[in-house]
Ligand binder design. Structure first.
Ligand SMILES: Cc1cc2nc3c(=O)[nH]c(=O)nc-3n(C[C@H](O)[C@H](O)[C@H](O)COP(=O)(O)OP(=O)(O)OC[C@H]3O[C@@H](n4cnc5c(N)ncnc54)[C@H](O)[C@@H]3O)c2cc1C
Length: 601
């Protein structure tokens, strides 16, 4: 085995987005020797790209808002499949986490009387998203990063974790490699927190950037942990569709929250044709009522343009399929005809620049062309709702890498608040676990050696093996065509066959050159997690024979009440991945009552 450096910590946090940073700050504050490891540069995470805001029932704009309403919106958005306890903790604790960010120096847009301003987003009854223009993630990451570094959390950046280490049935650390030198790093740790974000790079059209290859999900599964809800992948309704080089880049829901509306090629506001029964009572039926709602929430119902994302994405999909789409295969998102140019530039500066620079479209003068883009995975590591502990002792997960909180569909803004609430909890309980774990676990050299052998194998096939980029492209085509926004049994079965064949090809990839900063090699290693999570999604999607939230089956177009009582659990045993159904936890009576009360506008 080649020389490698070894570091010992109480807690190793993998991932430096909002969840990882918040977890690391908390673990460190509780006295744990804490490391923060991230694949890209510190500060370069999806969290920094978040635009619209952080959902928290602070009631600054609508005093009627409170955690119960937020809880109810979240559960209904998730089609009642959420872990109710996570949704409750999230709604109760999110306001404190936002105020804490403010105390740590985050600047937010303000109401006229100086409180944190909150904006409207899909599925939220009240204007609830604390924001800074459309650059909220940047402010959040800046604040958390400053806090973590100034408190003394040790950071390992451009360092990719490729395997977790175990000692018996408990976590013992992780093996990583420096992206620059290709050298191995071994972390010995009593607790590991996975905060690696999403899996979007398995699809062709996605808002996700290169890092999001599902590493945390796969690392957990390979270490013996359970995943849940993997069939639920969110296709955000509004990604850019043109030009092809920018297809998939996100157009924030804030455009609709701030007055933008969706139209088809005939100029029709088509969302009025797609109001589902579950949301009918609280959704405007006419354009006049919808427009009045922006200024008077008490006496009008909300616009259907702000229905939850799964509903809007499916509606756009249908409009395009039925021939009413825009020239480049999307629909139109129009704020230009509805708001003055200076308002648009002030409220949505990033969107203005994004369209001007990437598509030569001035959104203050003309509509945007938008269509669904793979954005977020609701599924993730199965965790205890209070402690974020995974099913393997010593392993914790938070943020997008963890499952349960969002059920079948996430509401916009609920991710940033999820990161803060459960990042803190993961850090706290990981530190407590480390404090009570006794001696540090032993690192098994055979596991490190096996990880190294596996990592270096692509070099042995240089010149002869498959190209990793071709394998990734073929996987993305497969997931886009067969495990996309609408699915069928035949398509999912054929996706699983193609994934099996792609796994064989991935085992034969070869890379040229050496270990020093070699992106082809990095991708060859990422392929393992991309293929693993793709298989999990396809398997769980095949098993859920109904349509619900982010999972739509053409062959089972309606929700099935029986399947509304179960979650799909994916686990790997002896190299095989299997899915099984498990009952959801019962909703306590006091929370159940919230769904029986008549909603107030
Ligand atoms: C364009 C865009 C806009 C969004 N807007 C909003 C919004 O307005 N409101 C909202 O609530 N949500 C929004 N979201 C979703 C939200 O930003 C993400 O879900 C959230 O930021 C995920 O945070 P995280 O901490 O879980 O992971 P991330 O912020 O994604 O960070 C993951 C970290 O893990 C690291 N990592 C990954 N794999 C490895 C590995 N193998 N080894 C080491 N490190 C690894 C990465 O380098 C990174 O540091 C948006 C997402 C996108 C893409």
């Amino acid at each position: 085995m080649a020389e490698h450096e070894t570091h010992e910590f109480d807690v190793v946090v993998i991932g430096a987005g909002g969840a990882g940073l918040r977890a690391a700050i908390e673990a460190h504050d509780r006295g744990a020797r804490t490391a923060l490891v991230c694949k890209s540069l510190l500060g370069k995470a999806h969290t920094v790209m978040a635009e619209g805001g952080i959902a928290a029932a602070m009631g600054n704009v609508y005093p009627d808002d409170n955690w119960r309403v937020h809880f109810r919106d979240t559960m209904r958005g998730g089609k009642m499949l959420n872990s109710w306890r996570m949704a409750q903790l999230h709604a109760q604790e999110a306001p404190d986490r936002v105020y804490e960010l403010e105390e740590w120096g985050a600047l937010f847009d303000r109401t006229d009387d100086g409180r944190i301003l909150q904006r409207d987003f899909g599925g939220h009854r009240f204007a609830r998203l604390a924001h800074v223009g459309d650059r909220t993630g940047l402010e959040m990451i800046r604040t958390l990063q400053h806090r973590a570094v100034s408190q003394g959390v040790e950071v390992f950046m451009e360092c990719t974790v490729m395997r977790l280490l175990t000692d018996g049935d408990r976590i013992a650390g992780a093996v990583a490699y420096w992206r620059e030198s290709g050298r191995l790093v071994v972390f010995r740790a009593k607790a590991v927190v996975l905060a690696t974000g999403g899996i979007g790079k398995a699809w062709k059209v996605t808002s996700n950037s290169w890092e999001y290859t599902g590493d945390g999900h796969a690392l957990a599964l390979w270490a013996g942990a359970d995943l849940v809800d993997m069939e639920f992948v969110q296709f955000h309704p509004t990604g850019m569709v043109w030009p092809p080089s920018v297809r998939g880049i996100l157009v924030t829901e804030g455009v609709r929250g701030d007055g933008g509306v969706l139209r088809n090629s005939q100029g029709k506001r088509f969302m009025f044709d797609y109001i589902p029964e579950m949301f009918r009572a609280e959704t405007a039926e006419t354009e006049e009522e919808a427009d009045r709602w922006y200024d008077d929430r008490q006496n009008n119902r909300r616009t259907p343009d702000l229905l939850p994302r799964d509903e809007v994405a499916r509606a756009i999909n249908t409009e395009v399929k039925e021939g009413r789409g825009s020239p480049h295969g999307g629909v139109f998102l129009d704020i230009a005809s509805r708001k003055p140019a200076d308002y648009i530039q002030r409220r949505l500066p990033s969107m203005y620049h994004q369209f001007k620079e990437l598509a030569d479209v001035d959104i203050t003068r003309e509509p945007m062309e938008v269509g669904p883009t793979c954005h977020y995975v609701m599924g993730g590591v199965r965790v205890d709702p209070d402690t974020q502990a995974a099913t393997v002792p010593g392993l914790f997960a938070a943020g997008e890498a963890a499952g349960g909180m969002h059920g079948a569909n996430r509401l916009g803004g609920n991710s940033l608040s999820d990161l803060l609430v459960f990042g803190l909890r993961a850090g706290r309980y990981a530190a407590e676990h480390a404090a009570s774990a006794g001696d540090p676990p032993a690192v098994d050299p055979a596991q490190v050696e096996a990880a190294e052998r596996e990592a270096l194998a692509p070099f042995e096939r240089a010149g002869a093996g498959e190209n990793p980029y071709t394998v990734q492209q073929d996987l993305q085509d497969c997931m886009q065509e067969l495990v996309g926004i609408i699915r069928t049994e035949g398509e999912l079965k054929s996706a699983l066959e193609r994934i099996t064949a792609l796994k064989e090809r991935a085992a034969r990839v070869g890379v040229e050159g050496h270990r020093q900063y070699n992106p082809g090699w990095h991708l060859a290693l990422d392929l393992r997690s991309l293929l693993t999570v793709s298989e999990c999604v396809a398997l769980a999607a095949l098993e859920r024979r109904e349509s619900r939230g982010g999972h739509t089956r053409d062959d089972y177009p309606k929700p099935d009440p029986e399947l509304g009582k179960v979650k799909m659990v994916v686990r790997a045993r002896e190299g095989k991945v299997a899915v099984s159904r498990e009952p959801l936890d019962d909703l306590p009576d006091d929370l159940r009552q919230l769904f029986e009360e008549k909603p107030r506008s």
